[in-house]
Design a protein around this ligand. Structure first.
Ligand code: NAP
Length: 336
């Protein structure tokens, strides 16, 4: 079976319309995740969403090497982590991911977050790194120009962003030499980000939807009492009954209907299979797509609290919700 693809306007390359996620947090070991990738490839997935910070690229690389699938049939994404935003670190990080994944080139390389802020693994979500700082466009452009360099070096075929706001994307599009071909963003029925999603699409950027099922098994420290569970939302459940499928399939059909490439993660063959099948047949009707707008309750799951700087009020400061990028005076004066 050959998966349907979408064509990237600038390069005419083809990306499969669904991928598989590889973030296991602290509850899925790297070898377990690599086995899930092997199963996914056997079932027919060809689009794998990796990242250096997921700490499993070496194990996934072994699977890519031994799976018997030609390199040109695969779409492999990786991401530069927040601790490697300086020019030489971006280049070194991409080279390390290539080495670990045992590849000569990446199909897509993303800036994982637009902040150089990082935190020790498994730290408390309320902790703040003393070195964390708000977004500075000039600083981000240094990172982005290193991303552009990776394209000229032939190490990376496309570059893109992740966790961007509209305000930050507008600045990037006004300043870059190579435009982002993709933006990876949290998208699921209970968090539809309609304004940002429309803007991304109007700019010809392909949206990749992360946590497309609402990340139901994420660790407790990453949940808040207000969080809504997409797969239990009455509208999602009702439409799943009509299609005689699991609510997870409706979340993925919703992504597909909205021009989004979803990257659901699973370690179970049964779920990997049904996730793939959900975007291959029985799409949502126009009426169902409209109905599902009612499920959007602006329920951001990945809030990014651990990237906050001293003095920031809350995780809302990371997302420029009023269209303004916060730049507190003390950081402005102190520079970086
Ligand atoms: N760019 C970023 O900053 C960013 C942030 C977060 C995530 N991501 C990427 O997006 C990927 C997906 O996001 P995610 O892992 O947070 O969440 P998700 O894909 O929304 O949810 C994954 C969870 O759903 C369960 N699941 C999968 N298929 C199912 C089905 N058919 N029925 C019922 N349950 C099902 C899985 O458990 P089972 O194993 O039991 O199936 C798994 O625990 C990540 O792995 C990562 O690659 C990127």
């Amino acid at each position: 079976m050959q998966l349907p693809t979408r064509t990237i306007a600038s390069t005419k390359a083809e990306i499969p319309i669904i991928g598989v996620g590889t973030f296991g947090s602290d509850h899925i070991s790297s070898s377990e995740m690599a086995e899930a990738v092997r199963t996914a490839l056997q079932i027919g997935y060809r689009n794998i969403d990796c990242a250096s910070v997921y700490n499993n690229e070496k194990e996934i690389g072994e699977v890519l090497k031994t799976c018997g699938i030609k390199r040109e049939e695969l779409w492999i994404t990786s991401k530069v982590w927040n601790d490697s935003h300086a020019r030489n670190q971006v280049i070194a990080s991409a080279k390390q991911s290539l080495k670990d994944l045992q590849l000569d080139y990446l199909d897509l390389y993303l800036v994982h977050w637009p902040f150089p802020n990082y935190h020790p693994p498994h730290c408390d979500v309320t902790s703040r790194s003393p070195n964390a700082r708000p977004y500075f466009h000039e600083e981000f452009m240094e990172t982005w120009s290193a991303m552009e360099e990776l394209v000229s070096m032939g190490l990376v075929r496309h570059i893109g962003t992740s966790n961007m706001s509209k305000a930050k994307m507008e600045l990037l599009l006004a300043s870059c030499s190579i435009r982002p071909a993709f933006n990876e963003m949290e998208l699921h029925p209970c968090f539809q980000q309609p304004e940002l999603l429309s803007y991304i699409k109007e700019e010809g950027i392909i949206p990749i939807g992360y946590s497309p099922l609402g990340s139901p098994n994420r660790p407790e420290r990453d949940t808040t009492p207000e969080d809504v569970i997409d797969m239990q939302h009455p509208l999602v459940v009702e439409i799943a009954k009509r299609h005689n499928c699991h609510p997870a399939a409706i979340c993925l059909k919703w992504a597909q209907a909205n021009g989004v490439i979803p990257i659901p993660q699973s370690t179970k063959e049964r779920n990997l299979r049904s996730n793939l099948e959900s975007v291959l047949s029985d799409p949502l009707t126009e009426e169902e797509i409209l109905t599902l707008r009612g499920a959007d309750c602006n329920n951001r799951l990945i809030k990014g609290q651990v990237f906050l700087w001293e003095g920031a009020e809350s995780w809302h400061d990371l997302w420029d919700e009023d269209g303004i990028i916060p730049c507190p005076e003390r950081y402005r004066k102190g520079g970086k």
